[in-house]
Ligand binder design. Structure first.
Ligand SMILES: Cc1cc2nc3c(=O)[nH]c(=O)nc-3n(C[C@H](O)[C@H](O)[C@H](O)COP(=O)(O)OP(=O)(O)OC[C@H]3O[C@@H](n4cnc5c(N)ncnc54)[C@H](O)[C@@H]3O)c2cc1C
Ligand SMILES: Cc1cc2nc3c(=O)[nH]c(=O)nc-3n(C[C@H](O)[C@H](O)[C@H](O)COP(=O)(O)O)c2cc1C
Length: 440
């Protein structure tokens, strides 16, 4: 029987397994058998098959995985690119080289939709992955306590299952460019070492390094410039906004329609719409009032350029949630004994209690005078990230429109009314006719 005629075996209903066990085993077999022909072809051509797997929530890991995959393809590798959302972990057993780019959320967890993948990978008696070589680029934000934790957990799990890392795990904060470039180079060098030297193209990429054709700005092809991403969002008109909750309700939920008919944005049922938010100008005034700055001071933001401090705080930095890292950097600047005491490991509970429900303005108000320059301020702050909203319309029923339903985050802590950055922007600060940067 030829490979193409091979039937995928399955576990019958009457076999002595629970529903979950049977589903898992059938997934494993399906994965194993569906990948077998590719492996056979690979050995026949001595070509190196690489799978690039990403775990992403707001698109950063996905964007990098796409870049990597494109570059590897350009260098002659056979590459498949997959999201870990819905990926059957058992198919990993049939891979030879797996390159992971994954971000971290929650308390050091996988992105929401990637959690089932990791849960399945962690089931007891998961098949060993002894033939798999892998590398991980873990994305995170060093302001979070569990920095890059999902990447770390994935690394430990894969190693525990017998897979071999071709490189030590790399970790990146929110400025991903440099770590990604460094990791990508190291991966490519390793792949070159592992590949048969039959393909001259494999060497080219190593020699050309950072200035390889793929790293250069893309040529101005119309289709590429129309593609809207987190980095190149579409400025969509808000065409409708209405409350779905009664005015007497303590909770506000709103319905929003965005016009996308003039864009190349496409979506399917189940996709999410990313919104690039801005902070509340009134909160920026509050922050500035607790500093010695007017907001007109120039600052330089990597990859953005020169803007005023006010503009930076409005568009680029997260100021609504106090993090351990912010507090720690401010404690160093102020030499404040009280803040430093909160940072000793035995004070973890006390520290969390202090951070909860406070923001940058609270810190500057309670411990004034610590900042000498605007750069000191912005260096403390995490970058403002997009928020995702599930699309509640169907492209068939509402062509050219994206509908979302947003529950507005408002709460009061430490004697001040506070709000979620993006949901209050949508609820309070934009209206029909205004434009907002979005991507799918
Ligand atoms: C795939 C996906 C789809 C989503 N779809 C939707 C959707 O369809 N509709 C929707 O409304 N949201 C959706 N969300 C959530 C959405 O992305 C935002 O997280 C949400 O709108 C809050 O964002 P924000 O900027 O308004 O709040 P943020 O500025 O992110 O503030 C939220 C934070 O405020 C703090 N906080 C909130 N309440 C309190 C309190 N009482 N005390 C102290 N601190 C508090 C917490 O730290 C909380 O994390 C989705 C998220 C994902 C990942
Ligand atoms: C709500 C939220 C929670 C996060 N939690 C963590 C965390 O616990 N640890 C961490 O290192 N990074 C954390 N991050 C940062 C993301 O991992 C980081 O921004 C990453 O680049 C996002 O990649 P993605 O766009 O592919 O999802 C968090 C970000 C958000 C918005």
């Amino acid at each position: 029987m030829s490979r193409s005629e091979t039937l995928v075996p399955f576990i019958p209903e009457e076999a002595p397994f629970t529903h979950e066990q049977r589903a898992w085993l059938n997934g494993y077999l399906a994965g194993l058998y569906s990948y077998a022909p590719a492996k056979a072809a690979e050995s026949a051509s001595s070509d190196l098959h690489v799978v690039v797997l990403y775990g992403s929530q707001t698109g950063t890991a996905e964007g990098l995985a796409r870049k990597l995959s494109k570059e590897l393809k350009g260098a002659g590798y056979t590459v498949s690119l997959n999201s870990l959302e819905g990926y059957i972990p058992a198919t990993l057993a049939a891979e030879r080289i797996a390159l992971f780019i994954v971000s971290t959320y929650g308390d050091g967890e996988a992105p929401d939709l990637v959690q089932p993948f990791f849960q399945q990978l962690c089931v007891e008696h998961f098949p060993l992955l002894g033939n798999v070589s892998y590398a991980i680029l873990a994305l995170g934000d060093s302001h979070y306590e569990h920095f890059c934790q999902f990447g770390k957990n994935l690394d430990a799990k894969l190693r525990g299952l017998g897979a071999t890392d071709i490189l030590p795990r790399a970790e990146s904060g929110v400025d991903v460019d440099r770590p990604f470039t460094g990791w990508k180079k190291a991966v490519i060098k390793k792949l070159c070492d592992m590949a048969t030297p039959s393909s001259a193209k494999h060497g080219e990429i190593l020699l050309s390094g950072e200035t390889s054709a793929v790293d250069m700005p893309a040529p101005p092809i119309q289709a590429a410039t129309q593609k809207h991403t987190r980095e190149n969002p579409y400025f969509s008109f808000l065409t409708e906004k209405r409350a779905l909750t009664h005015s007497s309700s303590s909770k506000l939920t709103i319905h929003l329609d965005f016009a996308v008919e003039d864009s190349a944005l496409h979506y399917e049922v189940g996709d999410a719409c990313g919104v690039i938010p801005q902070n509340c100008p009134a909160l920026i005034d509050t922050v500035l009032s607790f500093s010695r700055f007017t907001g007109n001071e120039p600052i330089d933001i990597p990859k953005v350029g020169n803007v005023t401090l006010r503009e930076g705080l409005l568009q680029h930095f997260a100021i609504t949630r106090l993090t351990r890292k912010m507090l720690s950097e401010y404690a160093t600047l102020t030499e404040c004994k009280q803040l430093k005491e909160l940072l000793v490991p035995s004070q973890q509970v006390e520290l969390e209690r202090y951070l909860h429900g406070r923001d940058l303005a609270d810190l500057l108000e309670e411990y004034p005078g610590g900042l000498q320059t605007p750069d000191e301020l912005v260096k403390m702050l995490p970058r403002l990230v997009p928020r995702l909203y599930s699309i509640s319309s169907s492209p068939a029923a509402h062509p050219g429109q994206v509908h979302t339903t947003v529950s507005v985050v408002r709460y009061r802590t430490h004697d001040r009314d506070r709000g979620g950055v993006c949901s209050t922007l949508l609820a309070d600060r934009i209206g029909p006719g205004d434009r907002l940067p979005i991507y799918i």
